[in-house]
Each structure stands twice: as structure tokens, then as C-alpha cells.
Design a protein around this ligand. Structure first.
Ligand code: ATP
Length: 219
């Protein structure tokens, strides 16, 4: 008997702050892959970023404010409860142990993050636990990115059925998706705030208000 598992996306990030680039690309992946839900996971202590300045509490609140009106999106605060750096592989193993009997996980990340993937803890293990979904903002980089993935997982081959997918006989597929190129980053938003410039339409209205009322990023 085959058992239906709820296809569930996981989008981790520092979300310092969360912006519409994160939200729109998550929505496009949800639709393209037919995901029932996407779980946003703010990182408490991101291993790859120094001096992030804004607390987990504020970053989590901003994600909550951004997703609470979307029926498909929710936020998980589990990385806040763990000590030490928030390694994604540990979170993924935890989620699979807890929900793996009823959910299929899709671990989503941007191509910029994926290019640095070899610095992530136990990066080779990810496809054992989840499908990997890599979001590209420029399709011209597709073949380089697929080649990079095959340099890590040497037994993966392009799918005969679907373009932009790598498959292996043993583990989960690796999927590459073009998403709308919204050239927005949290870095840019922090810079705008510290220069007292508007961030309207780059983040949700509620996040814009939250940043102002908590005087975040204004130095
Ligand atoms: P920073 O500018 O502080 O480095 P960021 O904007 O890249 O932050 P993160 O929280 O580090 O935001 O990103 C979380 C995930 O979202 C990463 O996988 C990243 O590649 C992806 N991402 C970030 N910005 C965009 C965007 N504009 N469109 C699509 N994906 C994005």
C-alpha cells in the first residue's frame, strides 16, 4: 500500500529581515512543485553569517507577520530552542524523525546559498533526507549549477522525463527552478534603513511597521 505524504517545503534563512524576494520565490516553488505547505525556518545562530545584530526574537516575529495571512505558509521556531550554530542538516534530520512518516520534505535554497553548499555541515547527506530545490534567478546559470551539483553527488544524472532535475537510484531528486528575479536582499534593506530611506514594497507593510516601531537597522 502506498501512503500519501504531505509535500512540505522548508525554507531556512537568516531573514534579517524577511522580504518579498523570499515570499514570492517560496510561492512560485510551492505552485510549481504542488507543495501543500512551506515552513519558514529562521536560523537562530546562522553558521555562515557574523554579527547579525538583530535577535532571533525579532527575526522570528517578522517572519510570523509576513506569513500569517497566507494559508500555505507557516513559521517554525525550532532553531531558537537549540544551543550552538543552527546547522540545517541537524534541523532536517530532526524534522524527518518527527514528521517523516507523513510528510515528504523539499529543502529549498537559493542558488547563491547553493554555491556555498560545500561549506555546510554534512552537505552530502541532504538528499538522503529531502528533495533539494534550488531556486535560480537567472536561467543562464542552470548548466553550471547542475554541474556543480553533480560534482557533489556523482551518481546523479539528468532526468530523462523532466528537464532541470537530477535523479539517482538511491536518494531524493535535486530540482532546479527559475523564479522571478527580484533583486532584493536583506543586506539592501538594512542599508536602506540605516540611510533612513523607504523600504515600502520591499517587505510586507506589517514588517515595515515592525522595523520602524522597534527601531531596527537604524543604527
Ligand atoms: P543577506 O542579504 O543578509 O545575505 P538574504 O536576502 O540573502 O540575506 P537569507 O535570509 O540569507 O536572505 O536567505 C534565505 C534564502 O532565501 C537563501 O536560500 C537565499 O538564497 C534565498 N533568497 C534570498 N533573497 C532572495 C531573492 N530575492 N529571491 C529568491 N531567493 C532569495
Amino acid at each position: 500500500m502506498t501512503c500519501f505524504r504531505i509535500p512540505t517545503g522548508i525554507l531556512g534563512g537568516t531573514f534579517n529581515p524577511i522580504h518579498i524576494g523570499h515570499l514570492r520565490s517560496a510561492e512560485e516553488i510551492r505552485e510549481a512543485e504542488g507543495l501543500s505547505e512551506i515552513w519558514f525556518l529562521p536560523s537562530a545562530i546562522p553558521p555562515h553569517k557574523d554579527n547579525i545584530g538583530v535577535s532571533f526574537y525579532h527575526r522570528l516575529n517578522m517572519v510570523r507577520l509576513s506569513v500569517e495571512q497566507c494559508p500555505f505558509f507557516s513559521v517554525l521556531d525550532i532553531e531558537g530552542a537549540r544551543r550552538g550554530p543552527s546547522f540545517s542538516i541537524d534541523t532536517l534530520k530532526h524534522l524527518v524523525a518527527e514528521f517523516g512518516d507523513r510528510r515528504d520534505f523539499y529543502f529549498i535554497l537559493g542558488s547563491d546559498a547553493f554555491w556555498g553548499f560545500k561549506t555546510w555541515k554534512d552537505y552530502v547527506l541532504f538528499p538522503e533526507y529531502a528533495k533539494l530545490v534550488i531556486m535560480l534567478r537567472d536561467e543562464s546559470g542552470m548548466s553550471d549549477l547542475m554541474g556543480f551539483a553533480q560534482s557533489i553527488w556523482t551518481d546523479y544524472r539528468p532526468s530523462a522525463q523532466y528537464p532541470f532535475r537530477l535523479v539517482s537510484r538511491h536518494f531524493n531528486e535535486i530540482i532546479f527552478h527559475k523564479v522571478t528575479n527580484l533583486a532584493i536582499s536583506s543586506t539592501k534593506i538594512r542599508a536602506l534603513c540605516s540611510n533612513k530611506r523607504s523600504i515600502r514594497f520591499l517587505v510586507t507593510d506589517r514588517v515595515d511597521e515592525y522595523i520602524s516601531s522597534n527601531r531596527l537597522y537604524s543604527d
